[in-house]
Each structure stands twice: as structure tokens, then as C-alpha cells.
Design a protein around this ligand. Structure first.
Ligand code: GLA
Length: 387
């Protein structure tokens, strides 16, 4: 890949003098969905697929971007003197947002850059291609200009840029999983205080399989903000009767004790998901540590049911993929992953069942939905790096 991106860089920008090559992964979340903006736990891991980038400094203030994933857009040019988001800036609003965010944090980028990207995360799959671009950009800025920031800072700056510049109100999970990724480990992160622990994923005789629904997201982002708002409102109601800072401070028992203060059934279901999912995530990590992969899988399945029935972020595409997966012998657990409303599912499948899984789930999905899903057997990789 290094040779491929450098060759393209020469084609687009004339030569590769002083250019460096970088990589940042995508991520998949194993369990702990829609908990990261509710002060709960998440359990994601970085993947070996992600975004490759070539970058070098310029002598002027120009920013020249090119993506091998959107070749039809050609070189998109902007400048450090005009760091505003524009719709026609398209995907470059993500790296521009990070450059802007560094400036907001007192780290002004001193000169322009030529940047070329090439990602092998399937487009719009919900494996966090945008967070991958954000963390990659931060990593490039640190390397080129010597800014003193940790990988955790890169995650926070990435999230800040996504929230404030690109106006998507996401939590910290995606950027954190990418910036802090570690080969063969998932990250057990408490989003209330960012304390975290690596947990080795030893799936002897099984693999992580991602099924991409290929459903266009559409209304996803507005629904995402709606769910956030419902949880925040439920939290305010609960705070009238108990001292909690976030929904993550409750467990099943305390939630059941106080839940009747929530004045709408819908909000009650949303809050229930946030509370129960957080507890499930804690239990899932305990199960993993005890080598009880069967229980881990059952908790994944329960997570999906809760996202389907209480949080209502699945939809027929993700439900079909998961419900068909559950029918296949050798599937340890299967659930939607990421924001939902499209995107993909994550399953743990025994080695000998993977071919059947792909065939059987693929066929049933296409028959019901009318177009095909894509399947990827993935590996857990490291965080951002210079190649
Ligand atoms: C998206 C967001 C994350 C998280 C998930 C749901 O991926 O970017 O912050 O909220 O949805 O778990």
C-alpha cells in the first residue's frame, strides 16, 4: 500500500520529495452501544483496515487534498487563512476540522500541506472512516510540526472537531478506539472519566466477522441526536429523585427503583437501554477474562435485542443480518455495531462455520432486502503509525 499511495502522490502532486506515509485504523465495537454519551462503558477495538495518508509541508498557506476513494472530486484546495467548513469541501471538512481544532487548542498549523488519502474501510459502513481520517490528520500534524499531544489528546481533538466543526454530536468511542488501538486487544473504556484497560481477545478457533448492510444511512445523524436528547431528558428526570451524574451511574436495580419518574415510555426505554447496556458491557468483559466466550456471545445477542426493541436504532437490514446469523450453528454472538440505522453487524463465528455463515446469511439477506451485503473477516490492529 505504501508504494501505491506514494505513486499516486507523485502523479497528483508532481513528486514525493519530503513526503511521509501514515496509517490510522478503523474500529469495530464489540459491545457497549450508545453508552459513550451516557457516561457508560464501551468495548471497541481498532482494525487492521483503515486510512493510509501521504503528507508533506508546503511553503505557502495552501491546503491541497486528494482522496483515492473520491477520485472524481480531484484535488480539493483550501487555505489556512479560510478554515471554515463548506459543503463543496466535501470529505476535506474532516481533515480541515482537525487543523481548525488544533488552532483552537493553541496549536496553530504554521504552513500549508499536500495530503493524499486512501482508505480500505468500506464506505459508509459504520466502521468509523471519518474518525480514522480525523485521528490520522492529528497524527500527521503532530509528526510534521512537533505538537506535544498524546494519542489520547488526538482522540479528544478529533471528537472536538467532529462536534464543533462538522456538527455531529458523537461521543468519544470511535476516536479513542482508533487513537489507542492495540493489536489483538479490545479497549474497555469508561467514558465517564476516560479510564481504560486493554483486554486481550483470544478467540481460539473463532474470528470476528463484519457484515456490511450496504444500506445508505440517510436520517441516521438526526436520529442519533434525537436519541442523545431523549437520554439527556430522562437523566434530568431521574436527577429529581436520585443523585446521579450520568445514566452510567445506575445499575439495573437502581434504575428499576427510580424509573417511574420518567414521564414518557419512549424515554424510559431509551434510558433502560443505556443503563442495561452499560451493565452488559461490564459483564461481557468479566466473561471474557474468565474465558467464557459463550456468555460473551449471549451478551452480544442481548445487546442487539435491546438496540432493536428499546433503543430502536436497528431497522430491517441490521435485524435481518443478525437474526439470520443467530440461526447459523457456530455463531457465538451477533449484533449491530456503531450508530445503527444501517452500517454493519459484528459476529463472532467459529472458524469452521465462517463459509456457511457468509453464504447462508448473504443469501437470506439478499432475498429479503433486495441487494447484497458484504462480509469481512477482520483482525484487531494497532493505532495510528508512520510507515
Ligand atoms: C457512533 C458515534 C459513537 C457512539 C456510537 C454508538 O459511532 O460516533 O460515539 O455513540 O455511534 O455506540
Amino acid at each position: 500500500m505504501k508504494a501505491v499511495v506514494l505513486q499516486k502522490f507523485i502523479e497528483v502532486f508532481g513528486d514525493d520529495k519530503d513526503a511521509n506515509v501514515y496509517f490510522a485504523p478503523g474500529r469495530v465495537n464489540l459491545i457497549g452501544e450508545h453508552t459513550d454519551y451516557n457516561g457508560g462503558h464501551v468495548f471497541p477495538c481498532a482494525l487492521t483496515i483503515g486510512t493510509y495518508g501521504v503528507a508533506r509541508k508546503r511553503e505557502d498557506n495552501k491546503l491541497r487534498f486528494y482522496s483515492m476513494n473520491f477520485e472524481n472530486l480531484g484535488v480539493i484546495e483550501s487555505s489556512l487563512d479560510d478554515l471554515k467548513p463548506y459543503p463543496e469541501a466535501d470529505w476535506t471538512n474532516y481533515p480541515k476540522g482537525v487543523i481548525w481544532a488544533f488552532g483552537q487548542k493553541g496549536m496553530t498549523v504554521p504552513c500549508g500541506m499536500d495530503i493524499l488519502l486512501n482508505g480500505n474501510i468500506p464506505n459508509g459502513s459504520g466502521l468509523s472512516s471519518s474518525a480514522s481520517v480525523e485521528v490520522l490528520t492529528g497524527f500527521i500534524l503532530r509528526d510534521l510540526f512537533g505538537f506535544e499531544v498524546t494519542n489520547q489528546d488526538l482522540a479528544l481533538i478529533g471528537q472536538f472537531s467532529e462536534n464543533k466543526y462538522n456538527k455531529v454530536n458523537c461521543g468519544i468511542m470511535d476516536q479513542f478506539a482508533i487513537a489507542m488501538g492495540k493489536e489483538n486487544n479490545a479497549i474497555f473504556l469508561d467514558t465517564a472519566d476516560l479510564s481504560y484497560e486493554y483486554a486481550p481477545i483470544k478467540l481460539e478457533g473463532a474470528k470476528i466477522v463484519i457484515a456490511c448492510s450496504n444500506k445508505k444511512r440517510g436520517l441516521g445523524d438526526s436520529k442519533y441526536n434525537e436519541r442523545r436528547f431523549e437520554c439527556e431528558t430522562a437523566l434530568r428526570e431521574l436527577q429529581q429523585v436520585t443523585k446521579v451524574a450520568t445514566l452510567g451511574d445506575l445499575n439495573e436495580k437502581s434504575f428499576d427503583q427510580y424509573k417511574n419518574i420518567i414521564k414518557s415510555d419512549v424515554r424510559m426505554k431509551r434510558a433502560k437501554h443505556a443503563v442495561y447496556e452499560n451493565q452488559r458491557t461490564i459483564k461481557a468483559v468479566e466473561a471474557l477474562k474468565a474465558n467464557d466466550i459463550k456468555l460473551f456471545g449471549e451478551l452480544m445477542n442481548a445487546s442487539h435485542v435491546s438496540l432493536r426493541d428499546d433503543y430502536e436504532v436497528t431497522g430491517i437490514e441490521l435485524d435481518t443480518l443478525v437474526e439470520e446469523a443467530w440461526k447459523v450453528e457456530g455463531v457465538i454472538g451477533s449484533r449491530m455495531t456503531g450508530a445503527g440505522f444501517g452500517g454493519c453487524t459484528v459476529s463472532i463465528v467459529k472458524d469452521e462455520a465462517i463459509d456457511t455463515f457468509i453464504e447462508q446469511v448473504g443469501k437470506a439477506y439478499e432475498a429479503k432486502i433486495g441487494y447484497a451485503a458484504d462480509f469481512y473477516v477482520v483482525e484487531i490492529g494497532n493505532g495510528p503509525m508512520k510507515l
